[in-house]
Design a binder for this molecule. Structure first.
Ligand SMILES: [Zn+2]
Length: 174
């Protein structure tokens, strides 16, 4: 798992949930590998990580890492889940072409979420679209717009201060 602080959230804000002033709270939480690979044990994981930290190939299946964004309703910025998605090989080929700096624009590809997101029971395997952007940015993972799963709802409508706090509680190192 990785965990980092980035200046993508509100710089400093008064919190409508706890009444405190917050600054520099984490805005991202990520997975090093898809859940199914993670369960294969440390040695296997290490060999996958040495090959790539953004793409994973396992028994004919392809995975890529992207960002599933939940916009904040209370200010600038968003929470980012650094999730893996299982995709068709064509999505991986697009990613490689992006990396090569060809400047091509790519249509989204379909996939399914390959991580169970904390606090969102049953989120693994939700259908999504992979949106390709700039080569230096992770692709965006956009959940199916007709899904009534809470994670898809939060992606469409955003999360408030209380929901942001709940996420931080769930993912904070204990
Ligand atoms: Zn607060």
């Amino acid at each position: 798992m990785w965990w980092k602080r980035r200046a993508l959230g509100p710089v400093e804000w008064k919190c409508g949930h706890c009444g405190g002033n917050h600054s520099n709270l984490p805005t991202d939480f990520g997975w090093k590998l898809p859940d199914e690979i993670w369960e294969l044990g440390e040695d296997v994981c290490q060999s996958y990580l040495e090959w790539s930290t953004d793409i994973c190939h396992h028994e004919g299946r392809w995975f890529l890492r992207g960002v599933l964004e939940l916009p904040f309703t209370f200010g600038e910025g968003r929470w980012g889940w650094g999730c893996w998605a299982e995709v068709d090989e064509v999505a991986i080929q697009k990613l490689w072409k992006l990396d090569s700096g060809s400047g091509e624009i790519f249509e989204p590809e379909c996939g399914v979420l390959a991580c169970e997101v904390p606090g969102y029971l049953g989120s693994k395997c939700l259908p999504l679209e992979v949106h390709f952007g700039r080569a230096d940015l992770s692709p965006l993972l956009v959940l199916d717009s007709t899904s009534d799963h809470m994670l898809a709802f939060h992606q469409r409508h955003g999360i408030d201060e209380a929901q942001y706090h709940a996420i931080l509680d769930l993912v904070s190192p204990k």
